[in-house]
Design a protein around this ligand. Sequence first.
Ligand code: SF4
Ligand code: SF4
Length: 183
Amino acid sequence: MPQKNVKDIEKEDVLKGPIRAGEIDFGFRKEIAASPGGEKLRHCYQCGTCTSDCPIARFSDSYRPREIIRMAQLGLKKRVLSSNTLWLCAACYTCTDRCPQDVEVASVIRILRNLAVKGKLIPSPFKELGKNIVETGTAYRIPELRLKKRAKTGLPPLPKSNIKAIEKLAEATGFSQMIKQSD
Ligand code: SF4
Ligand code: SF4
């Protein structure tokens, strides 16, 4: 199956569309506020600074941290946690640094991702990256041809990953199991 790119991920996103009352989960906001970094979620007044300074939003048609924060405030649990764009955040913390209300936007996104993982809602391209890490030690599988080219141009070999240690860690944390789960 061909690898999905950012545009494919964005097309499949579920954040858009009319909000129905039945979607609102009142406990969701409390759940986020009870997690480290989520305490100030309700302080957001939707100024949009996080989105305007976000390097990912600049190059994406749909990734908007302000929108994610609003959805979380409204308790739209299922919608936010199954949103593919949630996974586009680069965790650069620019939004957190710039928020005039001290909302830890990047931390809220981390909390949401963790909740998505708990609910087994990881988009398949990210599971694939996880598998690559466990099996090779890097998120992207480096083709043999590229390694040969490196050697040919006199570049030193890439450092070897300790796959056994990675596997052990992945097993102990439940990461291996999580990336094996089907979509
Ligand atoms: S910068 Fe802060 S207050 Fe403004 S929209 Fe983003 S989270 Fe809300
Ligand atoms: S941490 Fe994520 S949401 Fe915040 S500015 Fe960086 S990429 Fe954007």
